[in-house]
Design a protein around this ligand. Sequence first.
Ligand code: UT7
Length: 320
Amino acid sequence: MTVFARIVGTGSYLPEKVVTNDDLAKIVETNDEWIVSRTGIRERHYAADHESASDLALIASQHAMVAAHVTASEIDLIIVATSTPDMVFPATACILQDKLGVKQSIAFDVQAVCAGFVYALATAEKFIKTGASKCALVVGAEVFSRIMDFTDRGTCVLFGDGAGAVVLKASETPGILSTHLHADGSYRGMLCTPGTVENGKVRGDPFLKMDGAGVYKFAVKAFEDVAWEALNANNMKPREIDWFVCHQANRRIIMHAAKKLALPDEKVVVTVDRHGNTSAASVPLALDTSVHEGKIKSGDTVLLAALGGGFAWGAALLTW
Ligand code: UT7
């Protein structure tokens, strides 16, 4: 009997504070027209000072667990994808485990920046397929506002905070059909936050740096290639995709990838206008938003794709 990993519930959380493009235009030389036309972003959310990634993850996870009809005692694996963890260690997943009241589960973080959720989902799928987990919580949670350089208009307008979560269970019916992960560290300087903590001080630059045009060029090709890889692995054609849930960094990149797959606009999930780029949280946030809007329904074929610093990128094809 084939065992599949199946998403049985989704949840998300966006912090209360909404920051519009006009708000940012008050602190950096930018304007709503530039941001909307180049990225599609209209607003993003910022965490309050007292909120950390695990706090955002907690609420998203609680929503996902309610949707999945799962209690804390059933969760045996927690994976948190984040590049903005609460602390150097322990893992944000361990902090989340405690806050959720989950006992005895495996808990660890995955660091693949904006591809983190797809990496975490692929990892959890392997645990479920091997029988090592029966019920997994997979979360993307970020507070990227904390690593923004608010003097750099090329990056600070792009990112936001949030969290998304899914509960995965072992199932006899699909489920995740396949996952496809890639990385190429030779591009690591193109998108990075190069600072670290050493001897009680920050060493290096603790703010996000990006060669936007370079990332853009790589991303459009990577999304197209990894989408075809997922489709070919399942002998499927693009027309069989019901929903394309791409990493929400830039509307132009998403629509470019969709066009390469000849997907009509109606099949493309876009939440970047409301969320900005929330890194590892972007895909599960977009998923949960689409479920709540009544778009993604049982039986639909969903293609997830994400790319981030590293570069690390990947895709997952699934039956909802
Ligand atoms: O999540 C990880 C993956 N990240 C991504 O996928 C991001 C990929 N890259 C992008 O989305 C785009 O490259 C950006 C949105 C970052 C930039 O768009 P672009 O069309 O590539 O613009 P650009 O960087 O080539 O800049 C064009 C102009 C420049 O002015 P000059 O040199 O032509 O005079 C910039 O200085 O736009 C200027 N500019 C801005 N103007 C107003 C850059 N940022 C801003 C801004 N407001 N916020």
